[in-house]
Design a binder for this molecule. Structure first.
Ligand code: SF4
Length: 105
């Protein structure tokens, strides 16, 4: 992935969604914000770490490289990932909300 490319974060998100059988949240404001943060983090730390969590890019953060290890279970249980960037195919975007953090402290 060339993270300097225009809309790199959005392209990455769409690739992830296609691969996983999810959809990218159609809420343009939310998706623009999170996907551009993903690209900024990837440029800074070398990988697209979750923009909704504290990250320093060390080995302990391998579980939150997007798509994080918790996203599959969150989408199964809540129909959305922790950030709300990815949704299950049947999730209504107006129902996206904050969900509990599944990542162990
Ligand atoms: S919660 Fe997980 S899947 Fe969703 S944007 Fe953050 S890292 Fe990606």
């Amino acid at each position: 992935m060339n993270w300097n490319e225009a809309d790199a974060g959005k392209k990455y998100a769409q690739q992830v969604a296609n691969r996983r059988g999810w959809k990218v949240n159609p809420d343009a404001d939310l998706t623009d914000h999170i996907s551009s943060s993903l690209a900024t983090i990837a440029l800074r730390l070398g990988k697209p770490y979750c923009p909704c969590r504290d990250v320093d890019g060390g080995a302990k953060d391998a579980d939150i490289v997007c798509p994080c290890h918790y996203s599959e279970a969150d989408i199964q249980q809540y129909g959305q990932c922790f950030c709300g960037l990815f949704l299950s195919l049947d999730k209504n975007p107006t129902e996206v909300t904050s969900i509990p953090e599944r990542r162990p402290e």
